[in-house]
Design a protein around this ligand. Sequence first.
Ligand SMILES: [Zn+2]
Length: 222
Amino acid sequence: MRKWILFFLILVFADVFAISSLKEHVSLDILREAGIPVEEMENAGMSPREMRLYLPFWQDMEYFPLAVRPQEREDPFSFTDTWMEERNYGGKRKHEGCDIFGKAMLSGYYPVISITDGTVEKVGWLPLGGWRIGIRSPKGGYFYYAHLSGYGREFLEGEAVKAGELLGFLGDSGYGEEGTCGKFAPHLHMGLYTRYGQDEEYALNPYPVLVYLKDHTKEISY
Ligand SMILES: [Zn+2]
């Protein structure tokens, strides 16, 4: 009798396992259809559960956050995956974003544009982020652009912005009181957050998003 119970239990477990792995496959197909680079994300060590967090706002994204000039011969921007690396300013903390550097190490030179349509949720100075702007996309992604040298125009909280609109310029503001500059090499810090359960600002790694957006770089004359 005991044997049969054991056999039955094994069957149940096998079934649950098969169904959940099937579910996993189906949902990965949904991610692929939405344009999410599943293989790259897998290679970067991301689980399907993590990948799914990008799904709601994936199609809101239109442009790489830095624009190039038409005459630019080679890609001037570089970034690497530094997600959760140690940072020291403002106490020990983890790097919650991705930093993009321009070839010319200049502040106020490269235009930062909005990745998505959206609404300005936060704008102005932060001791850590310097001149920053945070934009909530229509499907709930929160895109945080920090260390700007200045803004493209005056932005007000609650105001609408368009994908590709000039937000400001890549800079080196931050790490101090309002107006502090030059404490580090100029770069754009990109943060990416989503609503997850009760958490309005659940941090996601922007790196795979930026790799994907690299093929969607906007050309503008400036
Ligand atoms: Zn950063």
